[in-house]
Design a binder for this molecule. Structure first.
Ligand code: C2E
Ligand code: CA
Ligand code: CA
Ligand code: CA
Length: 275
């Protein structure tokens, strides 16, 4: 009775009501966006030490009929909590695979790897592996060109199932990156067990690399970790030549960030980059 009483109080809290109705409105709008296909994928270049294009990351955008282009920070959390991320995630994977097929026929892009962000709820869905394989088959995309970016939030759940799913997809050639690395709670023993290919240094460490010795130390540590575990390491959020140069002296050879290119439509992705 006491618990019910507390719920009553919460229910009539006007602030709570406002945020609940705002969330309900966002959910309704997201449902409409799914129905009317108001999403699109942007692509951001990833480059090596010589500025050569080595891959791209697909980044979701919502083309809102009245509010313009909306970035995922404003709706991905609601998409996850409402479960709509499952439908949106399927659209993302299909669109990314279609892009891989388009690139496979274009000189300069034929073997370009594409990374797709996968949210925890999406990955943990029992049909995730089957869905990915089905989409690959339907589109005819080469699984060896597809990478999936996972975050450390996934590690909160059953490790054995997580590893099993990763391995099932990896037998088809799909690669895995651990995104936002360094911001979560993954222990070193977890890291060793996960069948990963790449670590992505979180942009917060790159941002202050030149001013904050702690961040420089973290970046160096991640690079050492990557080399001892035989994982590729890519630095995210590289905005200046000075940041790139510092990263180079630390032994980092893969980069992504505004310095090399902003996310944009596929047609705007340069086939070679030499800043
Ligand atoms: P993320 O996966 O860490 O993606 C990198 C974010 O940093 C992107 O923001 C990108 O536009 C931005 N960025 C790239 N270079 C720079 C730079 O040099 N400086 C700065 N300050 N920012 C840079 P975006 O596109 O707004 O995406 C935000 C987050 O939303 C992503 O973070 C990812 O967690 C999520 N997200 C994006 N697309 C998808 C998707 O297709 N599916 C899922 N589940 N999540 C997505
Ligand atoms: Ca990412
Ligand atoms: Ca990231
Ligand atoms: Ca810092």
């Amino acid at each position: 009775a006491k618990a019910a009483g507390r719920n009553q109080v919460k229910f009539f809290d006007p602030l709570m009501q406002a945020s609940l109705s705002a969330r309900a409105a966002l959910e309704t709008e997201l449902r409409e966006a799914i129905t009317h296909r108001h999403f699109l994928l942007y692509y951001q270049p990833q480059v090596d030490a010589s500025g050569l294009l080595i891959g791209a990351e697909a980044l979701l955008r919502w083309e809102h009929p009245h509010k313009g282009l909306i970035t995922p920070g404003r709706f991905i959390a609601e998409a996850e909590s409402s479960g709509l991320i499952i439908a949106i995630g399927q659209w993302i994977l299909r669109t990314a695979c279609e892009q891989l097929v388009t690139w496979s026929q274009q000189p300069g892009y034929a073997d370009l790897p594409l990374s797709v962000n996968v949210s925890a709820r999406q990955f943990h869905h029992p049909d995730f592996v089957a869905d990915v394989l089905h989409i690959l088959k339907e589109t005819g995309a080469n699984p060896e060109r597809l990478g999936l970016e996972l975050t450390e939030t996934l590690l909160a759940e059953d490790m054995d199932t997580l590893i099993e799913k990763m391995k099932a997809l990896r037998t088809h050639g799909i690669r895995f990156s651990l995104d936002d690395f360094g911001t979560g709670y993954s222990s070193l023993s977890y890291l060793k067990r996960l069948p990963l290919d790449q670590l992505k240094i979180d942009q917060s460490f790159v941002q202050d690399l030149l001013d904050d010795p702690n961040d420089a130390t973290i970046v160096k540590t991640i690079l050492a970790l990557g080399s001892s575990l035989d994982l590729e390491v890519i630095a995210e959020g590289v905005e200046t030549a000075a940041q790139r140069d510092a990263l180079l002296t630390f032994g980092c050879h893969c980069f992504q960030g505004y310095f090399f290119g902003h996310p944009g439509p596929a047609e705007k992705l340069p086939s070679t980059l030499d800043p």
